[in-house]
Design a protein around this ligand. Structure first.
Ligand SMILES: [Zn+2]
Length: 238
């Protein structure tokens, strides 16, 4: 069977409830994957995994490459198959991006990893590293900075999750940005491009690594946090 595997660290509800303790090292994750998104220990910035390296789009507006011994509390990665058709793509908003790409999906019941190259107008946000004791994500979401870049060359990396993953992950698209010069990046709030290209991988396996943390062991992970999650993932202060 052809392996197109999504490897996920922790569940979204566990992160939402405040389990920011890194549980899997980058070097472990990158043994099995090279592309994806997530965050780092302590909710330190926005993770972009690109060509096997882990970049942190920090709330300072800068990007740094993380150490292989750094860890992630939540991440979604895959070994990206580059051997797929590259298609041209123009879109004038994040809503347009989502709508147009969804029309390309053969079925909405699988996971998909998408990778774009191009020049973008993009607004990103990033979180400051949290101090212990950790507060739930829906409370600290305001502790973020936003940055806007115009006509910037770079990459968009995104994950599409089917609607049945509620609580485990975020249904629909979740996309991060990394500039070509590796200096800027973050969680995308707004984006547009008139000259992008994309490659998409359909993922038919879902491997979830459950953290060995006290929080994960004791939280009520079945709580319906969908409204709060949507607010956190999409919220812009402007
Ligand atoms: Zn994000």
């Amino acid at each position: 069977m052809k392996e197109n595997k999504l490897i996920q660290v922790s569940t979204l509800n566990d992160l939402m409830l405040g389990d920011y303790e890194g549980s899997v090292k980058i070097k472990e994750l990158m043994k099995h994957a090279d592309t994806g998104i997530g965050t780092f220990d302590g909710l330190d910035g926005e993770a972009i995994f690109y060509k096997g390296k882990a970049y942190n789009g920090r709330a300072t507006g800068e990007v740094s490459e993380m150490n292989e011994d750094d860890s992630v509390p939540f991440a979604c990665v895959t070994k990206f198959n580059e051997d797929v058709q590259e298609k041209e793509f123009s879109f004038d908003s994040i809503e347009d991006f989502k709508e147009k790409l969804e029309k390309e999906l053969p079925s909405k019941n699988y996971f998909y990893m998408v990778k774009l190259n191009g020049t973008f107008n993009v607004r990103v946000r990033s979180c400051f590293k949290q101090k212990k004791p950790y507060e739930p994500l829906y409370k600290v979401a305001c502790d973020q900075r936003e940055f806007e870049y115009h006509e910037i060359e770079g990459h968009v990396i995104g994950l599409y999750c089917p609607n049945y993953v509620e609580g485990m992950n975020l249904p629909g698209w979740h996309i991060h940005f990394l500039s070509k010069d590796l200096k800027h990046g973050g969680h995308i709030l707004k984006v547009a491009s008139n000259n992008a290209t994309y490659k998409i991988n359909k993922l038919n396996q879902w491997n979830v690594i459950l953290p060995d943390s006290k929080d994960f062991s004791t939280f009520n992970l079945k709580e319906d946090l969908s409204a709060k999650t949507t607010a956190v993932e999409g919220s812009s202060k402007k």
